[in-house]
Design a protein around this ligand. Structure first.
Ligand code: UGA
Length: 432
């Protein structure tokens, strides 16, 4: 099938590369000239495991190309997939300006029948709204049909997730559209769910909001475990063995971050408010998450007293491992809180140093290695469970650098190993 993909961010690029790899002919279009030039040169502008190799392979096989010209991308396309960003707007709801621009462009330029698929995460009703914009701009008497096809890719495992997803949701009005999209994805052998367009739009928000709820819930259980003398990992394991609950997303820690959960939780609350409904659970989910991000700071204050002048190393700065994404990373709130308390903060991340420089306040000293960051610190905060921090040798590094107190926001260090080395260990959710 001939496809055009608009937007070469995480979602658009991963989707384009993966759909090319199952045999489709894909043209990716983006307004960012520099990014397109990079992609034409075979370079992925962000860190995503496995994507570089697959991209180069598909470009080489001539199934994948990049352009800044929408008209050229749409020229032959049977399906146009829109995956442009929908960042949080000032009212908490997504900013749809980029999408509206694409819709106008489609209306003005497409001169053959086409299916327009919205993959960007958009409020319920947006497909309908965009179809009106396309119709207003439409210059040629052709059929332009809409579909909602939300993605469920995780950053850091987006390529894997594309090939091993749990479901492909297709929200469409007509059977013809649904059948075409099913044919497009059939080689992936992932179960399909056909719904109406609005339900498909809602599935994405409901899924992310539910996962965020699971995280805030387990974090509150962890806080209670600390007070009542229970161990969160055992509790989560016991809960997760019940198939009605499920074992995933029960890892307690310093709260969720990233470009999706915080934004989508806010957007769903915003949608509810516009419908004259208060989404009370999500209000609590957000509140708990904000509080949880500061748990390590509270623990450090309790253990070390006044943090003024104390040197603290933040290890892992991205919002989770295997990504260089710093958006809404807990490290930002933690760094801010430590600085406010007068601490001297140093940071290190194996991959996201460049982004960290742009996101973190200038007072934070960024180091080239964990070793350098740990030099002369009063305490270390482990914020992202990068593999290099979870290896047994990491405990030896802590010992070598004479780190005496560690606060682990991801519960990923080996407590007995640290105890043997004489390092004081403060994880989350383990009672005394
Ligand atoms: C999330 C969803 O998992 C994807 O399905 C969805 O497609 C994506 O958002 C999106 O909307 O585009 P992502 O934000 O990449 O993916 O990251 P996750 O792996 O879901 O982690 C989100 C946050 O939750 C991270 O900060 C992570 O550390 C935290 N988390 C996750 C926990 O604190 N505990 C857990 O048990 C799991």
């Amino acid at each position: 099938m001939k496809l055009a993909i608009v937007g070469t961010g995480y979602v658009g690029l991963v989707t384009g590369v993966c759909l090319a790899s199952i045999g489709h002919s894909v043209v990716c279009v983006d307004v960012d000239r520099e990014k397109v030039a990079q992609l034409q040169g075979g370079r992925v502008p962000f860190f995503e495991p496995g994507l570089d190799e697959l991209l180069q392979e598909q470009v080489h096989a001539k199934r994948l190309s990049f352009t800044i010209h929408h008209e050229a991308a749409f020229d032959q396309a049977e399906v146009i997939i829109i995956a442009v960003g929908t960042p949080q707007g000032i009212d908490g709801l997504p900013d749809l300006r980029a999408l509206i621009e694409v819709a106008r462009n489609i209306g003005r330029t497409v001169n053959h029948d086409v299916i327009v698929v919205i993959k960007s995460t958009v409020p319920v009703g947006t497909n309908h709204f965009l179809s009106q914009i396309i119709a207003e701009e439409q210059c040629h008497p052709v059929s332009i049909q809409m579909a909602s096809n939300p993605e469920f890719l995780r950053e850091g495992s987006a390529v894997y997730d594309t090939f091993h997803g749990d479901r492909i949701v297709i929200g469409a009005a007509g059977e013809g559209v649904a059948n075409t999209l099913e044919a497009l994805y059939r080689p992936l052998h992932i179960p399909f769910l056909h719904t109406d367009i609005r339900s498909a739009e809602m599935i994405k928000y409901a899924s992310n909001a539910f996962l965020a709820t699971k995280i805030s819930f387990i974090n509150e259980i962890a806080n209670l475990c600390e007070r009542l003398g229970a161990t969160i990992e055992d509790v989560a394991r016991g809960m997760g063995m019940d198939q009605r609950i499920g074992e995933k997303f029960l890892r307690a820690g310093i709260g969720y971050g990233g470009s999706c959960f915080p934004k989508d939780v806010k957007a769903l609350m915003g949608m509810a408010e516009l419908s004259d409904y208060t989404f009370q659970i999500l209000q609590a989910v957000e509140r708990v998450n904000r509080m949880q991000q500061l748990r390590l700071v509270e623990k450090a204050e309790k253990r070390l007293g006044d943090l003024r002048g104390q040197r603290i190393a933040l290890l892992g700065l991205s919002f989770k491992p295997d990504t260089d994404d710093m958006r809404e990373a807990p490290s930002l709130a933690i760094a801010d809180a430590l600085l406010k308390r007068g601490a001297q903060v140093v940071g290190y991340d194996p991959v996201s140093m460049e982004n960290a420089r742009n996101f973190l306040p200038a007072q934070i000293e960024l180091c080239e290695s964990a070793e350098q960051a740990l030099e002369g610190v009063d305490a270390a905060f482990l914020l992202t469970e990068w593999i290099e921090f979870t290896m047994p040798v990491f405990a030896l590094l802590l010992q070598r650098m004479k780190v005496s107190v560690v606060f682990d926001g991801r519960n990923c260090l080996d407590a007995p190993a640290l105890a043997r080395l004489g390092i004081e260990y403060h994880p989350i959710g383990r009672g005394i």
